[in-house]
Design a protein. Structure first.
Length: 98
């Protein structure tokens, strides 16, 4: 099965406490370990919060949107602290990903 790149936008959900930094959110360690595992396995290529917003951008390699939704549903922060708001196929035109 061919994998391609997707841009994924995740949005903070109601249980996310905006008054606390990421590292002080409930289940932070479990979430961080989960996301680091996705990156180590090559599913997440790039990712991080979008400054000044309640959103996170992930660039992922996957077969399709259903595969992305299924993997992210296992995040300890899903769906209470982070939800998937948008998944869009992405064509890299400038630069390279290692």
């Amino acid at each position: 099965m061919t994998r391609r790149l997707f841009a994924v936008i995740r949005r903070r959900a109601p249980a996310f406490d905006a008054a606390r930094p990421l590292e002080q959110q409930q289940d932070w360690r479990a979430h961080a370990d989960f996301m680091n595992g996705l990156a180590k396995g090559g599913f997440v290529v790039l990712g991080g919060p979008l400054a000044g917003t309640d959103e996170v951008l992930l660039i992922v390699r996957a077969a399709d949107e259903a595969a992305i939704e299924a993997r992210l549903a296992r995040d300890p922060w899903s769906p209470d602290r982070l939800t998937v708001s948008r998944i869009v196929p992405w064509d890299l035109r400038l630069g390279t990903l290692g």
